[in-house]
Write a protein that binds this ligand. Structure first.
Ligand code: 5GP
Ligand code: MG
Length: 455
């Protein structure tokens, strides 16, 4: 995953705006974050491990002066939690320096790495760094170099890139990861992974950056280039609708909240159950739960309260706490559960580690029956394009039947939304999205070198 932003705001402190933009994208990654800013002469940057609020303060931000900036917040994956993988990456070329922020995952990193000059030193060994070095070693203007990388890079990449005085934003030809652009009322532009970041920084949504499009913003205004030769097929990631995007974002004109609400309604039609109340696992499943309740006519209650401040903890709980780790995050509202037949709506079951603990917690709180309803189909296949579910082994639905999963979770019944129900709720055509984790059919992205997702 990852969240990225890009700001071009003449006469203003772009880094400060990028900072608040990243705050609105914090849900897309909590491992590390950074901002780079250009003032017409130099690019300066600051990045570190952790949450945005802990990384920046007045003094670090005020050192990042300038009217152009990009920001990045990184999604956590195992084994690569080191500051050298934090972004933006800073690169030097014979036409000047640039900073680079990537959301997505390349599928031909090994090929690209082999094409680099033998003398090239890679510090981070991430797909993002290989892509940045490909730009460094390309020829011509920055635009020509970006065009060159678009021709050879395969997989998922939404990118913001700034030089000392220009902002670029571009998207892979399949449009796997989102990226949109807005305008400031007093001039200038903001680019963000999700539209929810735009109102936060006083920008107005303009449009999506299209698959395969390069947007260039300079003091002279905005230009758009479309360069890829092959006719790529659109393949926006369905998991953005299911889990990742914030509900107050819109993707291609469809509100994520309304998509999830429609998923909940469809789920209630497909898997009705005799019950007393409907609840959702906060926060991502809440619109789906409200939709299920509306369609079923059952009351919607809050059955779990989520601790908003737990975030990612790097302190390991002791053994006794680890077995109850779900309780670090959720407390049951006993009064809404005791003696009740409860429908529990969640957005997905990936590894099947958390879900049984939630069912246990609800039963311990006195729920008489627990009926699990999931607003996505079973996740049966790995993601090669940026979501951290990389192997068949780790996916519960790749290894067990729905009945077996129901038993493992300890629920009285389990129902998944159908693929058709999901696609219809998204408001997009099924063949215009990547449904690889649900169907095993991936967009036409050559994936010979399926690397573990690092971003
Ligand atoms: P599981 O039972 O598969 O261990 O956990 C299911 C829960 O994981 C669901 O509540 C779902 O919202 C959540 N989930 C799905 N994808 C991700 C992810 O990439 N990161 C985190 N932290 N949670 C996720
Ligand atoms: Mg969840």
């Amino acid at each position: 995953m990852c969240g990225i932003t890009g700001i071009f705001a003449p006469g203003r402190d772009a880094a400060r705006i990028a900072y608040f933009g990243l705050y609105a994208l914090q849900h897309r990654g909590q491992e590390s974050a950074g901002i780079a800013a250009g003032d017409g002469g130099t690019i300066r940057s600051h990045k570190d491990m952790g949450l945005i609020g802990a990384i920046f303060d007045e003094s670090t931000l005020s050192e990042l002066s300038g009217f152009v900036a990009i920001g990045h917040t990184r999604y956590s994956t195992t084994g690569s939690s080191v500051v050298v993988n934090a972004q933006p990456l800073l690169e030097t070329t014979e036409i000047g320096d640039f900073a680079f922020a990537h959301n997505g995952n390349l599928t031909n990193t090994d090929d690209l790495r082999e094409s680099l000059a033998p003398t090239t030193t890679l510090l981070a060994s991430s797909d993002s760094e290989v892509m940045a070095k490909t730009i460094v070693e390309a020829k011509g203007t920055m635009l020509e170099r970006i065009e060159a990388v678009l021709r050879v890079a395969r997989g998922a990449y939404s990118i913001t890139l700034c030089t000392k005085d220009e902002l670029y934003a571009f998207r892979d030809p399949w449009g796997v990861r989102p990226l949109c652009i807005g305008t400031f009322p007093d001039g200038g532009y903001a680019v963000a992974s999700e539209s929810c970041a735009l109102p936060t920084i006083g920008a107005t949504y303009l449009r999506e950056i299209e698959a395969g499009e390069i947007v260039r913003i300079t003091a002279d205004g905005i230009e758009s280039y479309r360069t890829h030769n092959e006719k790529a097929h659109p393949a926006l990631c369905m998991f953005e609708y299911i889990y990742f995007a914030r509900p107050d974002s819109q993707l291609n004109g469809r509100s994520i909240y309304m998509a999830r609400y429609a998923m909940g309604r469809a789920l209630a039609k497909e898997h009705p159950v005799d019950a007393d109340v409907v609840m959702a696992v906060p926060d991502s499943a809440v619109p789906g739960g409200i939709g299920y309740a509306a369609e079923s006519g059952l009351p919607y209650v809050e059955g779990l309260i989520k601790n908003r401040y737990i975030g990612r903890t790097f302190i390991s709980p002791d053994q006794g706490m680890r077995s109850r780790s779900v309780q670090l995050k959720f407390n049951p509202v006993v009064e809404n559960l005791r003696g009740q037949r409860v429908v529990v709506v969640d957005d997905s079951i990936v590894r099947g580690t958390t879900t049984p603990r939630i069912v246990r917690l609800l039963r311990d709180a006195g729920a008489k029956e627990v009926h699990l309803r999931i607003t996505s189909p079973p996740i049966k296949h790995p993601c090669y394009l940026g979501v951290d579910m990389a192997t068949y082994d780790e996916l519960i639905a790749a290894n067990f039947t729905i009945d077996e999963i129901a038993k493992k979770t300890g629920a009285d019944s389990l129902g998944y939304l159908s693929l058709d129900g999901l696609v219809e709720a998204s408001g997009r055509k099924g063949d215009e999205m990547c449904l690889g984790c649900l169907t095993g059919t991936y967009p036409n992205v050559p994936a010979a070198h399926h690397a573990r997702a690092v971003c």
